[in-house]
Design a protein around this ligand. Sequence first.
Ligand code: SF4
Length: 291
Amino acid sequence: MNYDMPVYRPPSEASSLILQVTLGCSHNGCTFCGMYKGKQFHIKSWQEIKIKIETCGRQPYGINRVFLADGDALAVDTGTLLKTLNLLYKTFPNLERVGIYAGPKDIQAKSKDELVELGKAGLKIFYLGIESGSDKILKAVNKGVNSEQMIAAGKKIMDSGLQLSATIILGLGGKDLWQEHARETAAVVSAVNPTYLGALTLMVVPDTPLYKKVQRGDFEVPNSSEILKEIKLLLTNVNLSNCTFRSNHASNYLPLRGILNQDRDKLVELIENALEQPDKVPLRPEYFRGL
Ligand code: SF4
């Protein structure tokens, strides 16, 4: 398939066919994000999407997962998404699930009935960047929504019987707001209770507004020990049921995996060991970290 580069997808969609139903991100304003800076936001027409699917259908390989990109693919109108899903499942008989990037405003723009209908048509997993639960931090990074709106969006997906994979960014409050970031992110995540929770660790991307802030000395990036203290504080404050938690993304210093809350004590113990006995629990070196 020919792509309008660059293309991004969540780590768990590494083996999925990526289908771009939008280009770029309509918000395109988060201070830490450089993903779609050079792309003009565009929603593809049904004709464009249909031709892409039909072209892929002629390829001699089996497809069992599809991921709808770019940034906020849920901005596509529900009718076009339903036609897209129907054609995907018809074209790929082994297709098991379709996933999508979903911004909080796009989720709120759909009714619960629309989300349920999309789920029935096979749109099974929604990826939402919560980033932080702190209103101060959400405003500072220009996320475009506050914590209340983020909770409402996440809960709407869960209440519609769909799977939600939420992402948070460790370090996003810098050295000043790490405690607020940990506690308030724990509160938002607990209110949503997503199916999956993924933690990334902040990496400052050149030419972003955050990068300039760091250069000016207005934002200090926490070091590895400070990040571990932050995730420990966050984990000790979450109240989740049956949420699969992972921090195995390449940006993280310490890979963690477990079900929350049931595995919390084990995860906290591992973090404490990494802090107290770094020779026994090695962290990912800075030069191996990546986005
Ligand atoms: S983080 Fe997401 S919403 Fe923010 S600019 Fe990047 S793609 Fe858009």
